[in-house]
Design a protein around this ligand. Structure first.
Ligand SMILES: *Cc1c(COP(=O)(O)O)cnc(C)c1O
Length: 427
């Protein structure tokens, strides 16, 4: 598509957008001057509230009010089986079979639970590979998992670093490192998309390469779920987890999703930290000794579900599905992000001042563009905020902007371009 830097052009694209109605399904916070909506470009950090979220929570509050403990088994949405209501849509979002997914806990908790099962080092095969500069929680989780096995993080954790002068990983370098580690590599755990650079990693190729050397392969999909098409089952990924509050719009601290490949569905002996909600449903309330997991990902559940946040998640997933799921969202997303990139390039700032570190290749990125601002970065960020553009700032000098296809418009992107141009003209 050839883009044009005019309001007219942006409005034309919006008029033709098959998803244009969905913006009305979300609550957009006001700009600081109170006269209009903000330009919300921060769905990478916290997605907006679906209008249906409140009623979904109120419905469960009413169940609690009227049914109290009976709500576990009675009413239209018995809490005992509530996680099943999320299974089909969740499987669609990540390209899985329903048996392979479950929604529970929070992301870092789930990362730990999965690493207990999928990072089981031996004396010779104990290395774990991740990208350098992964989200801090993932780094801390991994360090502590390594220590749990009596190993030293600086020995066991191998980090992938971009080549000197580059900001993102070359796909061939990732594969070469996996091959080099060979028999010593126990587990690969990478982001599906790096939170800082917005780079999408080639999960299919990484999984193939990992399996070829006998390693297990998992992804943290916090920035990928609801953002890019995923095919975890077909890619043969072993395990994955993600949060629901970024591109899945399910509210602060919302529940997390887990994927465990079907081939582990009937391996009750696979080591895990167990709890009663993972125990065979038929026997759960017999309260007997001896853990017998449910089949599939459900066998990793620990506790009875957080119904209020799961209710929001159900409402938010319904929006995702109604929009046509990832294929429809992705079509618009590539254009929205492409348009933002086009407008930033038109600023004509030298890369010594401002550069987009997110890959240019649409296959290697999702919604987000990361702007590395070499001088006056904080000043640019404050200029954006004052003009009602909500993005986010990541130390030391990156601004992340993510136009989200469910609720952002081409006109939003056009206006952000204008705000950036005002700043650039002063430089
Ligand atoms: C957002 C994010 C987290 C946050 O973890 P919580 O447990 O939900 O607080 C962790 N890892 C990555 C990669 C993230 O992007």
């Amino acid at each position: 598509m050839t883009f044009e830097p005019t309001l007219d052009f942006a409005r034309r694209l919006d008029a033709q957008d098959p998803l244009r109605e969905f913006r009305q399904h979300f609550l957009i916070p006001p700009a600081p001057d109170g006269t209009r909506e903000s330009l919300y470009f921060c769905g990478n950090s916290l997605g907006l509230q679906p209008r249906t979220a409140r009623a979904a929570v109120e419905r469960q509050l009413l169940n609690w009010q009227e049914l109290a403990v009976e709500g576990h088994f009675k009413g239209e949405t018995p809490w005992m089986h509530f996680h099943q209501r999320l299974q089909e849509a969740t499987a669609q979002v990540v390209g899985a079979r329903p048996l392979e997914v479950v929604v529970m806990n929070n992301l870092t908790t789930n990362l730990h639970l999965l690493l207990v099962s999928f990072y089981q080092p031996t004396a010779t095969r104990y290395k774990v590979l991740m990208e350098a500069g992964a989200f801090p929680s993932d780094q801390y989780a991994l360090e502590s998992q390594v220590r749990l096995h009596g190993l030293r993080p600086d020995d066991a954790i191998v980090e992938l670093t971009p080549r000197p002068g580059e900001h993102t990983l070359r796909p061939e370098d990732v594969l070469a490192k996996i091959e080099e580690l060979g028999d010593s590599l126990c587990t690969i755990i990478m982001g599906g998309i790096n939170y800082y650079t917005g780079q999408v990693y080639d999960m299919a190729a990484i999984t193939r390469a990992g399996h070829a050397v006998g390693a297990q392969v998992g992804f943290d999909l916090a920035h990928a779920a609801g953002n890019i098409p995923l095919h975890l089952h077909d890619w043969d990924v072993d395990f994955a987890c993600w949060c629901s509050y970024k591109y899945l719009n399910s509210g602060p601290g919302g529940v997390s999703g887990v994927f465990v490949h079907e081939r582990f569905a009937d391996q009750p002996e696979l080591l895990r930290l167990a709890g009663w909600w993972g125990h065979d449903e038929q026997e759960r309330f017999k309260m007997r000794k001896g853990f017998r997991p449910m089949r599939g990902a459900a066998g990793w559940q620990l506790s009875n579900g957080a119904i209020l946040t799961m209710a929001v998640h159900e409402a938010a997933l319904a929006e995702h599905v109604a929009a046509g799921g990832m294929p429809a969202l992705r079509r618009k997303s590539e254009q929205l992000t492409g348009y933002l990139e086009f407008l930033i390039q038109r600023l004509n700032l030298p890369t010594s001042r401002l550069e987009i570190i997110t890959p240019q290749d649409p296959a290697q990125r999702g919604c987000q563009l990361s702007l590395l601002v070499h001088q006056n970065g904080r000043d640019l960020f404050e200029h954006l905020m004052a003009a009602g553009v909500i993005g986010d700032w990541r130390e030391p000098n990156v601004i992340r902007l993510a136009p989200v296809p469910l609720y952002n418009t081409f006109e939003d992107v056009y206006h952000v371009g204008e705000v950036l141009a005002e700043w650039a003209a002063r430089q």
